[in-house]
Design a protein around this ligand. Sequence first.
Ligand SMILES: Cc1cc2nc3c(=O)[nH]c(=O)nc-3n(C[C@H](O)[C@H](O)[C@H](O)COP(=O)(O)O)c2cc1C
Length: 132
Amino acid sequence: MSMLVYFSSGTQNTHRFITKTELPAQRISCSMKADLLQVTQPFVLVLATYAGGDGRGAVPKPVIRFLNDSTNRSLIRGVIASGNRNFGTTFGIAGDVISEKCQVPFLYRYELAGTEDDVMNVRTGLKKFWAA
Ligand SMILES: Cc1cc2nc3c(=O)[nH]c(=O)nc-3n(C[C@H](O)[C@H](O)[C@H](O)COP(=O)(O)O)c2cc1C
């Protein structure tokens, strides 16, 4: 069974994308004071990039907090990142950072709330990924 964990902030783009996939998903709260989300099954992380052009600080703090929990970190299997092509070389760079730090595959990169093609690609790709 495919499980997604996602982070979405200001514009709720990632939230809209997740809703369109109709896949089971749990959300990481934007608040650093909220109870820590603790997962109990393998998941793929979907997150937006907030590097602001220079590539630093690309991974939002609530995502870092979530992954600092050793059980959560042990269950991540892959990452999908969103961003905006206007940012050039840092487009979706949060996915590169997570992939390297957690040693998991960077499965997909898309813009904003994703197109219908993105939704299909992620649905199909994840089905194959979890079946492998
Ligand atoms: C302050 C700020 C910095 C951003 N930095 C980047 C960036 O470095 N690379 C990128 O691809 N997108 C960047 N974005 C675009 C967001 O990742 C994109 O709009 C995303 O869809 C937001 O998702 P959310 O609404 O779910 O939080 C940035 C957006 C903001 C507001």
